[in-house]
Ligand binder design. Structure first.
Ligand code: NAD
Ligand code: DAU
Length: 354
């Protein structure tokens, strides 16, 4: 495959994937389509923006005129689809935005790919692939320790975000089963690392600790998330894109569960140490606030299939990854300042006082 469309490449995970693909495959043309919503930031890709095998197109995946033309003009052979509205709290405030981008946008991409690749009949699908990047949140919430989401876990989404991702996954499988479109889906756990928009737990809290601002812990802080370093996710996507079985689903996760409050205490210790503050000086920033509506208790991914079939495993221990991540945000204060504009803060405040 030569011409690869990556959607949402200016976002957090997308920018890491674009960087990996541009650098690793100089013989591929990597086309990054992104609407540049509040979460899209071309500064995330400064280091590769002049690469001869990279092109950026600003556009909306819901645009029914743009997508078919883009696929044809760029002779796209493979699509890796990450563009989405991705923040659960925003989905509670504005579910329609999530249905539009995550469901209708995915459907538009599927239909456009089917029409373009299928022009020459079913043979046109040979060597083509539609890779849909999804989330573990579609599986719902786990109660007990020791149980995991596998690829066979029944879908049970609870937030408008996860419902929209579940709907998009169903459409992807429907296009495979009905039209024979070559697809693959991966469902990944919580990512952390550089370039994550500071509305998500880890960058928000690192930034707040640095600025002596309150750390809003939802509920009792007992919810559990399974954290994976973002570059390990990008490596897994590359592997599945090239070696995954068409029609299959792969779970991606690092067997790395943390209760929110325990993770927050490690973040506080790490930031204080790296800033040379006395240990414990930021502990009082912890502020328990009203819980997120429909807050899933626990996510935990079983990624045995990906490990056994394709040999993937995470490269970093969590302590090492978190330290690297904290250092990155401390070393890139300008990036943080530019993304935390007044507008964004106002929007966040409003959500926060719900
Ligand atoms: P993000 O919010 O950081 O980035 C999303 C990107 O999509 C942004 O660049 C944004 O501008 C773009 N976008 C949004 N709407 C668009 C539209 N209509 N048309 C074109 N571009 C649009 O998200 P992320 O955290 O990088 O997540 C990327 C994908 O991975 C999403 O599909 C998400 O569901 C999935 N995922 C995320 C995580 C995680 O922990 N962040 C874990 C598992 C799966
Ligand atoms: O599991 C994968 C998912 O992980 C992705 O599909 C989503 O796109 C991504 O946003 C993430 O969802 P979460 O809701 O788990 O991530 P978030 O960073 O918003 O929250 C992590 C946990 O921390 C969650 O239990 C809620 C809690 N939290 C979050 C924020 C922002 C707080 O206690 N306080 C906060 O201010």
């Amino acid at each position: 495959m030569k011409n690869i469309l990556i959607t949402g490449g200016a976002g957090f995970i997308g920018s890491h994937l674009v960087r990996l693909m541009v650098n690793k495959y100089p013989h591929y043309n990597i086309i990054n389509l992104d609407k540049l919503t509040y979460a899209g930031n071309l500064e995330n890709l400064k280091d590769i923006e002049d690469s001869p095998n990279y092109k950026f197109i600003k556009g909306d995946i819901c645009d029914t005129a743009l997508i078919p033309k883009l696929l044809r003009d760029n002779k796209i052979d493979g699509i890796i689809h990450l563009a989405a509205e991705s923040h659960v709290d925003r989905s509670i405030k504005d579910p329609f935005a999530f249905a539009n981008t995550n469901v209708i946008g995915t459907l538009n991409l599927l239909q456009s790919a089917k029409n373009y690749w299928g022009e020459a009949g079913k043979e046109g699908f040979e060597g083509k692939l539609f890779y849909h990047v999804s989330t573990d949140e579609v599986y719902g919430s786990l109660e007990q320790e020791g149980t995991f989401f596998t690829e066979d876990t029944k879908y049970d989404p609870h937030s408008p975000y996860s419902a929209s991702k579940a709907a998009s996954d169903h459409f992807v499988r429907a296009f495979h089963d009905t039209y024979g479109l070559p697809v693959v889906i991966s469902n990944c756990s919580n990512n952390y690392g550089s370039f994550q928009f500071p509305e998500k737990l880890i960058p928000l809290f690192i930034n707040n600790i640095c600025n002596n601002r309150a750390l809003p812990v939802y509920g009792k802080g007992e919810n559990v998330r399974d954290w994976l370093y973002v570059e390990d996710h990008a490596v897994a996507i590359d592997l599945i894109f090239h070696k995954g079985k068409t029609g299959d689903t792969y779970n991606i996760g690092g067997f790395n569960e943390w209760r929110n409050i325990d993770l927050i205490k490690v973040m506080i210790k790490t930031v204080d140490r790296l800033l040379g503050r006395p240990q414990g000086s930021s502990d009082s920033l912890i502020t328990y606030v009203t819980d997120r509506a429909g807050h899933d208790l626990r996510y935990a991914i079983d990624s045995t299939k990906l490990n056994k079939e394709l040999g993937w495993s995470p490269s970093l221990q969590f302590e090492e990854g978190l330290e690297k991540t904290v250092r990155w945000y401390l070393d890139n204060k300008e990036w943080m300042e530019r993304v935390t504009s007044g507008d964004y803060q106002a929007y966040y405040e409003q959500m926060y006082n719900r």
